[in-house]
Design a protein around this ligand. Structure first.
Ligand SMILES: C[S@@+](CC[C@H](N)C(=O)[O-])C[C@H]1O[C@@H](n2cnc3c(N)ncnc32)[C@H](O)[C@@H]1O
Length: 346
């Protein structure tokens, strides 16, 4: 957390309850919004490796020197910047975490979540009352090309970090793979790289597939990946040895999730498997992960009509679909994502 509280300060909020906890949340909300605005204005990029005074920076960024100075001082208090005399430099919360070139960076996530909180989350009351998102997430995203790019970049960043651990934790996959909602194609490419005879069909919305195509060509695997624009609710054509449902079930309500797994089961040849990858609601997690996952689940509920499901809920859908054996596999990576493997035989 960019705002570092000393232990006594924290005890006033937590143990002694002498100050409203919501005040800390307010500071967190202010800090997040200010960091996202600074990122869009180019503050962090302009300060990379080059501390500058507010006046200099305002000339470079084309901002009001007076307003920018106030923003910079707020960012110092929030922990994103450091100030030495008149010079502002990147603080640890910005460097390396908001550097788009750093592995595992948070820059795209900051931009996406800022847009989400400022837009779709304002419809939370309506969504909770009615049970329906005010505006469904993916159509909303398609109307915002910059946020769509950031969303894809956030997903791709996570997938690049996790793909080796996912391939290692999964049973060896060969033959024909179907990657539903597999847009960026990083997981399909990882499985195809691990098994030279494997081919993959990636189904997703048209905008999401562009990135996958480019990536497959860059990896020299374009001849083994097929990209099919389609909807998660479409009937599945063809016979496959494995179906990947990676981070898609939690975007669906219970009925649609159950139906998707049943359709995936119906598309398998003999001995085929379904793999589900996502954070389960009962994931063993550290307190900050648990808090994030509950917020993420709320986001899924109010923007997509989904939520995080417990492993046993998804396993029950798989058993109802006719799978005889369902296994839970952890990943050897710093993540709350886990794999569910559904097998036809025992
Ligand atoms: C959370 S992302 C997961 C992407 C990838 N499988 C991964 O794990 O990184 C969900 C994916 O499902 C796709 N998607 C969402 N709704 C869809 C729909 N109705 N039909 C087809 N694809 C959809 C999105 O475009 C996106 O690529």
């Amino acid at each position: 957390m960019p705002l570092y509280l000393d232990p006594d300060d924290l005890r006033d909020f937590r143990d002694r309850n002498q100050a409203p906890g919501a005040l800390l949340d307010l500071v967190g909300a202010m800090a997040f919004r200010a960091a996202a605005a600074a990122q869009r204005l180019g503050v962090f990029q302009a300060l990379r490796g080059r501390p500058r005074a507010a006046a200099q920076l305002s000339a470079v960024l084309g901002c009001s020197a007076r307003q920018l100075a106030v923003l910079l001082d707020a960012l110092v208090a929030f922990g994103y910047l450091e100030r030495d005399g008149n010079a502002y430099a990147l603080g640890p919360a910005a460097n390396p975490w908001l550097d788009r070139t750093a592995p595992g960076n948070f820059a795209a996530a900051l931009a996406v979540w800022d847009e989400l909180l400022g837009s779709l989350w304002t419809g939370m009351e309506e969504a909770v009352r009615s049970g329906l998102p005010r505006e469904p997430y993916y159509p909303w995203l398609e109307k915002r090309p910059e946020t769509l790019r950031d969303f894809q970049s956030m997903l791709a960043g996570l997938a690049r970090l996790l793909a080796p651990a996912v391939v290692e934790a999964a049973p060896p996959l060969a033959g024909r793979l179907l990657d539903i909602g597999g847009g960026h194609a990083i997981y399909s490419l990882a499985f195809c790289s691990a098994a030279p005879e494997a081919t993959a069909t990636v189904v997703d919305l048209p905008g999401a597939l562009e990135e996958g195509r480019t990536r497959a060509e860059a990896a020299g695997l374009a001849d083994r990946l097929t990209f099919v624009p389609g909807d998660l609710a479409d009937p599945i054509d063809g016979r496959y040895d494995a179906v990947l449902l990676f981070n898609v079930c939690h975007g669906l309500d219970e009925q649609a999730g159950r139906e998707l797994i049943a359709r995936a089961r119906g598309a398998l040849g003999p001995g085929g498997i379904v793999l589900v990858l996502e954070p389960f609601a009962d994931a063993p997690a550290r307190p900050h992960d648990t808090a994030f996952l509950r917020g993420f689940s709320l986001n899924l509920a109010i923007t997509q009509g989904g939520r995080l499901y417990a492993f046993d809920e998804v396993a029950a859908w798989a058993r109802e679909a006719g799978f005889a054996r369902v296994e839970r596999r952890a990943l050897a990576a710093p993540t709350t994502d886990e794999l569910l493997v559904a097998w036809e035989d025992r």
